[in-house]
Ligand binder design. Structure first.
Ligand SMILES: [Fe+2]
Length: 389
């Protein structure tokens, strides 16, 4: 196997990770260790209604931590919402934010932490290392197994005026503590389990084949691909299967630990404009785009794609390298079909050729393309999206 023989690299992971059933009860103790007295919980109404937030609140009460709750997070969190929450956090003298929920809640909590200590609009800090003043610390508690935001330097926020989704990237916003409790994912609806799980698989695969990977991210990606290949179908079939929920939460965590240092690829380059302009979830965009992006990328790193096929249980015995690599595309298509996700964009959104051309320019600007194993042109980007129609 011809892996990237990189002579030097950096791998940085300052987040303390606490994983296991019931660990949400340890949140108060972790806040005591951080010397924090008052926090803002950032979440969405659905999570409050699920009743699971009580477990977090009880833990805070046991440790005598005061809290205010901001529960207006939407699927694609925007700058206005961040401003509103940050003003409340400032007025209430909160010392830390806790993002509990899916990627939007955790990302909003990171962005709120930034806007408590920085002026202007959160969009002023879009891009890499643009934050000026040290944000409040934040803690992330995922309730989906997908985004991996609990251990990443990224907060993805929507600019509602420009209808554009962008990332704020900085080690200053990486969570102090990631509290990964599989029990919090048990009540996730089937379609969200499926789509978020495919997002995690996309993270693992895009990081694994990209030009910026190194041995630590490679090992983490391999673990993630294996876990998701093994457990996503089971988690979709029976959400109450705690082994499957554990496997998926560990899969999304390890995938994020892999890509945090590498960035991603073309599927994620397309996810931002498609998610900003059309009502389609991030996970579903990735699920539909991923096999088409993989097909395009095969010649860029065939050894890695052949390895993905093996990790996902395909038999590649007797096949040449390219045919082995192609089996990885089949494995991903089979998985997304088995878990009942749509296979084409037109099954979900009404998208025209003109829309594709417009968004392709946006997708081509993404920093993820810099590490993609094949360098895309504008026409390549258009073709990949067309093939996903
Ligand atoms: Fe993603």
């Amino acid at each position: 196997m011809n892996f990237n023989l990189i002579k030097s690299f950096k791998y940085e992971m300052p987040t303390k990770i606490i994983f296991g059933c019931g660990v949400v009860n340890q949140t108060g103790k972790e806040l005591e260790k951080l010397g924090v007295k008052k926090v803002m919980i950032v979440t969405d109404r659905g999570f409050i209604e699920s009743g699971l937030v009580c477990r977090l609140e009880n833990s805070l009460k046991c440790s005598k931590i005061e809290y205010v709750t901001y529960n207006k997070v939407q699927p694609n969190s925007g700058d206005k919402l961040v401003k509103e929450a940050a003003n409340i956090a400032k007025d209430e003298n909160c010392e830390l934010t806790i993002g509990i929920g899916g990627g939007s809640s955790m990302d909003t909590a990171k962005a709120v932490a930034v806007m408590v200590t920085n002026t202007g609009n959160i969009m002023d800090y879009a891009g890499m290392d643009k934050i000026k003043n040290k944000p409040l610390p934040n803690i992330a508690i995922p309730t989906t197994a997908g985004t991996g935001s609990e251990v990443t330097i990224w907060a993805v926020i929507t600019d509602h005026e420009k209808n554009y989704k962008t990332g704020i990237g900085s080690f200053m916003i990486i969570p102090k503590v990631a509290i990964c409790d599989p029990e919090l994912t048990i009540s996730l609806p089937t379609h969200i389990t499926a789509a978020t799980g495919m997002d995690a698989l996309t993270h693992a695969i895009e990081s694994y084949v990209c030009t910026a990977t190194q041995p630590i991210s490679e090992a983490l990606s391999e673990k993630a691909i294996t876990l998701i290949g093994e457990y996503l179908r089971i988690a979709v079939a029976n959400g109450k299967n705690i082994d499957a929920r554990e496997g998926m939460l560990m899969g999304s965590l390890t995938a994020a630990l892999a890509f945090n240092e590498t960035r991603l690829g073309i599927a994620h380059s397309w996810a931002s404009p498609l998610g900003a302009h059309f009502p389609i979830s991030h996970g579903l965009v990735n699920s539909i785009l991923l096999p088409n992006v993989m097909e395009y990328n095969l010649i860029g790193n065939p050894e890695k794609f052949a390895r993905i096929a093996l990790l996902m249980g395909e038999n590649i015995e007797g096949l040449n390298l390219m045919d082995s690599a192609r089996k990885s595309v089949k494995a991903v298509r089979d998985l997304s079909t088995d878990i009942g996700l749509p296979q084409r964009l037109k099954d979900v959104i009404d998208i025209s050729e003109e829309d594709i051309r417009k968004m392709a320019n946006e997708a081509l600007q993404s920093g993820n393309n810099l590490v993609n194993p094949r360098k895309p042109t504008l026409e390549d980007m258009i073709e990949i999206c067309r093939n996903s129609m």
